[in-house]
Design a protein around this ligand. Sequence first.
Ligand code: ADE
Length: 266
Amino acid sequence: MSDAPRSHGRKTIRPSLKPRDLMSEAPALARAWHAQVITLFPEAFPGILGLSLTGKALQQELWQLQTVPLRPFGEGKHRNVDDTPAGGGAGMVLRPDVMGAAIEHARSQQAPGAPLIYLSPRGKPFSQEMARDLATRPGVTLICGRFEGLDQRVIDHYRIAEVSIGDYVLTGGELAAQVMLDAAVRLLPGVLGNADSTEEESFSDGLLEHPQYTRPAEWQGRTIPDVLLSGHHGEIAKWRRQQSEDLTRTRRPDLWNALKTRKDFT
Ligand code: ADE
């Protein structure tokens, strides 16, 4: 794969003033939610985001995805992006000058108000609340690390927020970036056909989702709970609420306890 600019969801235009290998994308679309991803592996995008609802929304220009390949910002003939850790130890650290140049390039094309986030297992845990917040911003700039991560001075200098998608270590931030973008993009206006489905689902009201069933009415000797076939909308809503509460209490006592302290919990 070449280091040519890559764009997803619109035609790429190459302004001629900047060196080609530093141009990752066209200028931002006027209104579309603008996701930027700084990465050594631009070919990992759009990945799953190019499919289904997020992919359709990309084509419809409800959002745009700009990859900023890190390699062209590297040093010397080999475009080195990393070096050994100061003080010794295993692995390599991404150089602050290289990452700094990529960040400057990305931010020069990003709207003010779009957060700058580094995907890292030591970051603040990603949540539905953070996804909702991201969806209200003009977009986001995500930094994917590899190896032992970023030089701390870059994080401090640009006041980069660190975000983790869970307590496990991935090889790099690319999968985590796709998780975050998926969670945010589906909340953008017009992306999901049915507005109710975001409202009713898990986490919107702090509860896990109740079980769902569909035809056939009997499968492997198992039937659908009678109440769901009763046509009684009030009873169905009550049953679902009870199921949600029971699941949340038993599976996620942390969510359940947080919920009980909320004033609006009835
Ligand atoms: N990069 C490596 N592991 C990660 C995680 N758990 N969350 C976010 N970014 C990561």
